[in-house]
Design a protein around this ligand. Structure first.
Ligand code: ZN
Length: 321
């Protein structure tokens, strides 16, 4: 039998100012900057990857940073919130830390029994910190000053905002997620794999208009293939649903297929391999601009167009020296 989809691999969103984005996710949320590259389809702009210490699948939030992007609007057919998992006992620490950084944070109550803190990133993207009594043991980033016991443990899951329900639910269930419960207009699906990011919530909001892409909105969500071979098999299965699935595309750090689910959200299924240590050692992840071979000959032009950035932990080391 075909192995089920594991959970989330990464989530990709849109930011405006690259330095502000970097400062928020590294300094405030304490994620590691695991890759500094460009948008392969638009090499004049950055593609940033944040995650745990090694960029484990299930921990990776990525951004296209477009300095002049205007703010988008979340609507039906979009991912309306990205949730990270933290130990329940760490929620007071996180509330204080986010407030001290000058961002607003609110108690969003309990969801399926778990307490939720909700905050906006500098572009207004909705980030949730969900308390868990049994969080997965991801590796704390070496670049972060968040005490290890409070560190973010990868994704909890995402919320999809949808005008309807049935057709999206059929696709998620076909991918191996099982319906796990309903609270008001929120319906939860859980993957049988005990891995970070194994929860997908559909929030049914038929009154909402469609959103538009821009800073602060999620571009797509990527699920994690159980193996390279299983990705090919899943491609066959999903094509027969039928869904309009792309061929396998080389994304340098993983291999991907993409399709739009019937409600409008762009889905991807990515492999674990080769991972972020493919083109630089784990100790130096994110320090240098990495380009795929076909863009290497344009490096000088690309570097001239990109805004200079500073890694927060390097800035601190220099200030302390
Ligand atoms: Zn992706």
């Amino acid at each position: 039998m075909l192995e089920p989809i594991v959970g989330l691999h990464h989530v990709t969103a849109i930011a405006s100012d690259p330095q502000r984005n970097l400062d928020f996710y590294c300094e405030v949320l304490g994620l590691r900057f695991v890759k500094r590259t460009v948008n392969f389809d638009d090499p004049g702009s950055y593609h940033f990857y944040f995650g745990d210490d090694v960029g484990s699948p299930g921990s990776i939030l990525t951004f296209f940073a477009w300095p002049h992007a205007s703010r988008g609007r979340v609507g039906a057919g979009e991912t309306s919130a990205v949730a990270f998992c933290v130990p329940t006992s760490s929620l007071p620490f996180w509330e204080q830390r986010v407030l001290a950084a000058g961002s607003a944070v609110e108690h969003a109550g309990e969801r399926f029994g778990d307490p939720v803190l909700s905050l906006g990133d500098p572009d207004g993207m909705r980030i949730e910190l969900v308390g868990s009594d049994n969080p997965s043991p991801l590796v704390a980033p070496r670049t972060s000053n968040v005490p290890a016991e409070h560190t973010i443990r990868g994704f909890d899951g995402v919320t999809l905002c949808e005008a309807g329900f049935e057709m999206t639910a059929q696709v998620i269930e076909r991918m191996g997620f099982a319906r796990a419960g309903q609270e008001n207009n929120r319906i939860r699906f859980v993957s049988p794999a005990r891995a970070p990011g194994n929860r997908i919530d559909i929030r049914v909001q038929p009154q909402l208009v469609y959103g538009h892409t821009g800073a602060g909105t999620v571009h797509h969500i990527a699920f994690r293939a159980p193996s390279d071979g299983a990705q090919i098999e899943w491609r066959e299965v999903l094509s027969k649903v039928p869904l309009n699935v792309t061929p396998v595309l080389d994304r340098t750090y993983f291999q991907s297929i993409y399709f739009r689910e019937p409600g409008g959200v762009l889905f991807e299924i990515a492999t674990d391999r080769p991972g972020f240590a493919f083109d630089e050692p784990v100790e130096h992840l994110g320090e240098a601009l990495k380009l795929p071979p076909w863009l290497e000959k344009r490096r000088a032009d690309i570097e001239q167009v990109l805004l200079p950035i500073e890694l927060p932990h390097v800035r601190k080391e220099q200030a302390d020296a």
